[in-house]
Unconditional design. Sequence first.
Length: 194
Amino acid sequence: MKSNKVLLPVYNINFFHLTFLPSTYLCNMSEDLNIITGTKKDQYESLLPQIRGLLEGEPDLIANLANITAALKEQFGWLWVGFYLVKPAVSAASSNEKELVLAPFQGPVACTRIKKGKGVCGTSWERSQTLIVADVEKFPGHIACSSLSRSEIVVPVIYNNEVVGVLDIDSDQLDNFNETDQFYLEQIVKLISF
Ligand code: SME
């Protein structure tokens, strides 16, 4: 039977020639992200099902976190969108000590490790609560990964009643996050499976 799959050229680095693979071997996505204008609510309502679609059937955590950050960054254009995951501390006094470690993100390079209770991320982890910071300079202990960041929202990612990471978003504008962001971002992190 004739196949109608598109064949993609792929460089075979061992032999310096092109081989052809079925497109489905490389990617199951059929369309680009649909970016819309409108209210924040409109934008989230458009994005949420698209993120659900991106994650559907894909069990790999890093791949899913990477696509969530890309989708949010593309739709909203924020300065920095990324995840930190709770992992064993590198200089752990005890084997149980944990810290936040940088995970997939979009935006400028960022701090790699954050202790529990430190900065906005570590405080969100400690309190197991979403934090909205209208002016980062007024948040005691804020960790400035980028001097351009003016406001921030951090949403804990909870699995089995434990914080396993945080979604951190920075804006270069003051007071750029509100309850609408909190509502939808909390929905988005619930889509992640561990
Ligand atoms: N500002 C964060 C640190 C992470 S960066 O913003 C990417 C904080 O205070 O925890």
